[in-house]
Every structure is written in C-alpha cells, then in structure tokens.
Design a protein. Structure first.
Length: 233
C-alpha cells in the first residue's frame, strides 16, 4: 500500500461508484454527477448491473469485472448488499470504501446486526471504511467530490470533519462522514501529516470520540510552537 494507510481514501487515483445511476433524484445519480463535475483527474468507474453505461461512463455488473485497479469504492446500494460488496472490494484489492448507504445502527437491532456484519467484512479484508450512513468525502484540491451534496466546494486550506450531515451542509469545504472505525485521531493525524489542513476544524465529538488535539499534533509530526495547526477553530 502506498504512503499513509489512509492515502487510498484521501488521495485516490481511481474511484469506483457502486450503485451508479442516472435516474433523477437518486443518490447514485447525485454522486456520479458530483464525481464528474468536480474535475477529478483520476479514473472514475461505474458499477451497476442495470446499466451498460451511465452519464457516458461504461458500467460493469460487479466489482470483480472492473477493468483496472481501483483505490476507493463509493457504495450507494441497499443496506443488505453492503457486507457482500465490502467483501468483493477486499477481494479485488480495493482497501478503502465510503459507504453512503443508510439503514444500519440507526434502525434498531436488525440494523445494528447488519452494521456489525459490514464491519466484520471490512476488518477481515483490510478495507478502511468511512460510514455507513454518511454524506461522503470531498477533496476540492483534487477535484474529488464523492458526496451527494449539491454543488462543488472551492479548494482551500481548511479541512472540516463533521459528525453530522447538517453541519456539513452549513459550513463545509471538506467533509469526512461519521462512525469511523479507524478512529478520529487517526484521520485527524492523517490530515495534518499529509499537509491537507494547516488548520483543522472539527465538530465536537462525544465520549470516546472526542479528539485529543495535542496528541493529534504530536502523532502528525507537529511540535509545540508550530502555530495554529491542530487547534480547534
């Protein structure tokens, strides 16, 4: 794996949208439109057995039929399909996934069991997963908008990690969804280490999810006196 273990998430060279669509109002349509409109320089692939192509992008029936290696998978399919898709991603050498799909822990005991199944597959196959039930991830400096938000953000030097979609909708330039199995300090350290964010703003987390800013600075290679990096704003 190249670079930092989250490089495939933050700096993908290729993205596969699983659940790509062109039906108006569908999440898969909004995601594909954003990926194409953002100016992403890497390759974008579409996966959906219902289409031969979507928005001019060739569409394959399954992850196993992708014609080239993929760094990041974005999943927008019914919840029951997600565990199997995470397994397919792992088998195909895709080690980062953004799960947009809702219908997991927020839906009671059945949803919680399904979420545990997804996480078990992710851990078994070494897939770093963002989600489920998240808005997605946006990296304007790369032209990457893997969200279903409407509109594009401008490149800048402020990174924003939000626990809730509503806060992102009001404030975001850069978003990471919620429920991160690799831990908030890990992604915060990655942002600073990779110089993605001289200033890192984060919404307050609760309980064990609260970020230790000093620890984040040190883990990312910062030292006291390095300015505002790592301070909440």
């Amino acid at each position: 794996m190249r670079g930092h273990y989250l490089s495939a998430l933050f700096e993908p060279r290729s993205i596969a949208l699983i659940g790509a669509s062109e039906r108006p109002g569908k999440v898969g349509t909004l995601l594909l439109d954003n990926l194409l409109a953002g100016g992403f320089a890497g390759s974008v692939f579409a996966v959906n057995p219902k289409y031969a192509s979507v928005r001019g992008v060739a569409c394959v029936t399954s992850v196993s039929r992708l014609a080239a290696p993929v760094d990041l998978a974005v999943i927008a399919t019914p919840p029951a399909t997600v565990p199997g898709l995470i397994e397919e991603c792992g088998n195909a050498g895709i080690h980062a996934a953004v799960v947009i799909t809702a219908g997991f822990g927020e839906m009671g005991a059945e949803g919680k069991a399904l979420e545990r199944a997804v996480l078990a597959k992710a851990r078994l196959h070494g897939v770093r997963m963002l989600g489920p039930n998240c808005l997605g991830i946006m990296r304007p400096s790369l032209g990457m908008n893997a969200t279903f938000a409407r509109g594009q953000a401008l490149p800048g030097t402020l990174a924003l990690a939000a626990h809730t979609i509503a806060w992102f909708a009001a404030e975001a330039w850069f978003v990471v969804g919620y429920r991160l199995p690799f831990g908030p300090r890990a992604w915060a350290a990655a942002l600073v280490r990779e110089a993605l964010a001289p200033v890192l703003a984060a919404q307050a987390w609760h309980g064990r999810h609260r970020i230790d800013w000093r620890g984040t600075n040190l883990a990312a290679g910062w030292r006291p006196g390095d300015g505002a990096a790592g301070k909440s704003v």
